[in-house]
Design a protein around this ligand. Structure first.
Ligand code: HEC
Ligand code: HEC
Ligand code: HEC
Ligand code: HEC
Length: 192
């Protein structure tokens, strides 16, 4: 009986070692923190490491896969930089509610090689956390209502729009990613 117990403890410790070890390794590869603006495209980043939410903490985001692989819902095309970096395209190509432009040519990877090109601003430079009044939050009208685009709304609208469409086109993806599904928070956020 005692030997069986010792044996079981050894087996469970080995499993825990492997499971915890691999979780630590995979989150450890997402270490990069983003400066307020920059010209170097990040690879694996951690967003929201300062989350004020009681339950939901940081979000790992792979900038490399999202800007190189065919992650558009059609599964065939690469997402344009300006789908996410929406202020980095000329005013005339913007569609409401997008009206603010800070660049006269659409952002591309090649554009950033030019030493004269302006750096890319991080979303957080404009989309502050709710309760941070150091700068006015952008406001849009959605379904007839005014909506303040804090960091939560900005990223959620951006990430969910595409993830929802991608899952609709390819239902198997629901096992891996989540969009507006109220039960899918842990597919992006680390639970506190
Ligand atoms: C230079 C400031 C600035 C930066 C940087 C910025 N935004 Fe915005 N964002 C705005 C403003 C201002 C609005 C309101 C609409 C407008 O004026 O274009 C807005 C609106 C939005 C909206 C709501 C409208 C829509 O397109 O659905 C989303 C979502 C959004 N931003 C996401 C992001 C994400 C994601 C990033 C980073 C990849 C980002 N923003 C970077 C200023 C910014
Ligand atoms: C799926 C959305 C998405 C796409 C597509 C995308 N980015 Fe980003 N990008 C982000 C997010 C999110 C960040 C993280 C920083 C932040 O919070 O704004 C970022 C950060 C950056 C940064 C660093 C900014 C800083 O503050 O240091 C650069 C440079 C950049 N992106 C360039 C590009 C270029 C060039 C492309 C196209 C080849 C591109 N991005 C495509 C979402 C995207
Ligand atoms: C234009 C579409 C699009 C946008 C915008 C987008 N994603 Fe994704 N994302 C995808 C697709 C498609 C996959 C799954 C690809 C596959 O496995 O086939 C994915 C996968 C992921 C994964 C799994 C790991 C990986 O990189 O493959 C995470 C985590 C993720 N997305 C987080 C985010 C976050 C956070 C945002 C917003 C900042 C975001 N995504 C914005 C399309 C998008
Ligand atoms: C597709 C990935 C994704 C999913 C799914 C997701 N979130 Fe988020 N969430 C983000 C990103 C990215 C941010 C903002 C990152 C930043 O500000 O740097 C964020 C920010 C937040 C914030 C703001 C925290 C703060 O103080 O900065 C809250 C609260 C939040 N999410 C709650 C939720 C809840 C609740 C769910 C499930 C119903 C959920 N999220 C699902 C990606 C996601």
């Amino acid at each position: 009986m005692k030997r069986l117990l010792v044996g079981l403890i050894i087996i469970f410790s080995a499993i825990a070692f492997v499971v915890l070890g691999s979780a630590a390794r995979s989150s450890a590869s997402f270490t990069q923190q983003i400066p307020k603006e920059g010209k170097e495209q990040p690879k694996k980043v951690k967003l929201d490491t300062d989350s004020l939410d009681d339950k939901w903490g940081e979000v790992a985001f792979d900038h490399e896969t999202h800007s190189i692989k065919s992650y558009n819902p059609d599964g065939k095309t690469v997402t344009s930089c300006v789908f996410c970096h929406h202020t980095d395209e000329p005013k005339e190509s913007l569609k409401p509610p997008r009206v603010t432009s800070e660049r006269n040519v659409a952002l591309t990877a090649d554009l950033l090689k030019d030493a004269a090109a302006a750096p890319v601003k991080a979303c957080r430079t404009c989309h502050l956390q709710a309760g941070d009044d150091s700068k006015q939050l952008p406001v849009i009208t959605k379904d007839g209502k005014q909506m303040k685009i804090d960091n939560e709304n900005a990223y959620h609208i951006n990430c969910f729009e595409c993830h929802d469409a991608a899952i609709k086109a390819k239902p198997d993806l629901a096992a891996k990613i989540s969009g507006s599904d109220p039960k899918g928070c842990a597919k992006c956020h680390v639970a506190k």
